[in-house]
Design a protein around this ligand. Structure first.
Ligand SMILES: [Zn+2]
Length: 132
């Protein structure tokens, strides 16, 4: 996909997911993967600031169209959970210590589970649409 096609798809899904209140910046990466903020190999990543409603979606472009589109949906789905993640981060900060680590990791892990379920739901719906 070209950068313009990815941007169009990102804006399309931004509308579908009612993320119009977010200012989303697209950062293309001319590779098949890169190191994420967390320092692990990734195809895509999203970082955001809930207070300013701004996000940065980084996507590796040297993959097939279906993978890139799935990454777009996946990273935008994380934004649907951003407010909850933010509340969890604030609670973790108040708790401090091991409780903070536990709250952060449990929220992050359960958020990833929800996002992956959304991935599968989108795949099923889009797969069926493609069959018709
Ligand atoms: Zn994820």
């Amino acid at each position: 996909m070209t950068k313009a096609q990815v941007l169009r798809s990102l804006n399309y899904w931004r509308g579908i997911m009612s993320l119009g209140d977010w200012d989303i910046e697209f950062e293309p990466v001319d590779a098949d993967e890169f190191l994420s903020e967390a320092g692990i190999a990734a195809y895509a990543d999203v970082t955001y600031n809930v207070a300013t409603r701004s996000a940065n979606v980084k996507i590796a472009l040297k993959r097939d169209k279906a993978c890139i589109q799935r990454s777009i949906r996946h990273e935008l789905s994380h934004l649907l959970l951003a407010d909850m993640q933010d509340v969890s981060n604030e609670a973790a900060q108040l708790l401090g210590g091991e409780a903070a680590t536990l709250v952060r990791s449990r929220t992050s892990d359960s958020g990833e589970v929800v996002v992956r379920k959304l991935d599968r739901a989108f795949d099923k719906v889009l797969g069926k649409a493609g069959e018709e």
